[in-house]
Ligand binder design. Structure first.
Ligand code: NAP
Length: 270
């Protein structure tokens, strides 16, 4: 398997983000991807927007894909696997991004020879800047693992984790963009309060967020060290930091991620 064909079962928000990311990478063309959707209007949308064949027949797509990627809601995973499980033979890899759905649960529907990779990405797949965490079953060969990680790395940064950490990754990686969007919107509202137009303010807030994140990723410096570089003694930033501490920003974020991770554990259909 060099460049595997990818069948994406469920072309909702995440399925679409993955299609967009793979096509933007330039490594994939529309012919290398097929999708499956239940709603006719959605099938037409995917077909017209991405020129990707979008079918209603999940079995056809499962036959097409070397990688069969489940992007349906966690509660639907069992139903889909009942249909396609018998079609997945040695040489194909099942990839699932369904929150909370364990490798053990999916294993029950598949032959022992078919490897499974449980993945937790986020919506930034669409701009190829996702954090993509994953855990494979032990029966995966090195070649199959390389093929899957190469495909996933077109969508952002990949990191292999023990399965026990994947629910935690759901709270942080999967849900994380929503928390950051809220923070960007709050920063932008602050700009509006001070008299800036909202669109200008959103650009200032978003680019500031992007730059700050890039500093952490590229320098490898601890975020607290970077924060200390911005906050000069008796300066303006430290006044703002005091307000964030008073408002319990850190405690609130820690508890939000913990709640989301707990919820992911509760989504397993097993
Ligand atoms: N949203 C995120 O940021 C995020 C991040 C990481 C992981 N995930 C995981 O990604 C998965 C998809 O989430 P999402 O946000 O993309 O949800 P979504 O927008 O609801 O997408 C799921 C899609 O699958 C379709 N579908 C349902 N049953 C199907 C079937 N039998 N065959 C083919 N397609 C079917 C749905 O159609 P209908 O609308 O008609 O039901 C829907 O379009 C979930 O398991 C979630 O846990 C999501």
């Amino acid at each position: 398997m060099n460049k595997p064909k990818v069948a994406i079962i469920g072309a909702g928000k995440m399925g679409e983000a993955i299609i967009a990311g793979l096509l933007k990478s330039g490594e994939y063309s529309s012919r290398d991807i097929q999708a499956v959707e239940v709603v006719e209007s959605r099938r037409q949308y995917i077909n017209q927007t991405y020129k990707v064949k979008c079918l209603s027949d999940v079995k056809k797509a499962a036959n097409f894909g070397d990688i069969v990627l489940l992007a349906v809601k966690p509660s639907v995973v069992g139903k889909v696997l009942e249909q396609i499980g018998p079609l997945l033979k040695r040489g194909k890899v099942l990839v699932s991004i369904a929150a909370g759905v364990t490798l053990e649960f999916m294993r029950k529907f598949l032959s022992e020879q078919v490897p499974i990779v449980r993945v937790m990405p986020n919506i930034a797949c669409s701009v190829r800047e996702a954090m993509v965490t994953f855990c494979p079953t032990s029966n995966i060969t090195e070649e199959e693992l390389a093929t899957v990680t190469n495909m996933l790395s077109l969508l952002g940064r990949v990191m292999r984790l023990d399965e026990k950490y994947l629910n935690l990754a759901t709270g942080l990686v999967g849900s994380g963009p929503a928390y950051i969007y809220l923070i960007i919107d709050a920063l932008a509202d602050a700009g509006v309060r001070l008299g800036l137009p909202k669109d200008v303010s959103i650009t200032l807030a978003a680019q500031t967020t992007l730059g700050a994140a890039k500093m952490v990723v590229e320098t490898g410096e601890h975020p607290v060290k970077l924060k200390d570089k911005v906050a000069t003694p008796a300066g303006t930033t430290v006044e703002g930091l005091l307000e964030l501490e008073r408002g319990g920003l850190r405690a609130t974020i820690i508890s939000a991620v913990s709640k989301a991770a707990e919820r992911a554990r509760g989504l397993s259909p097993a």
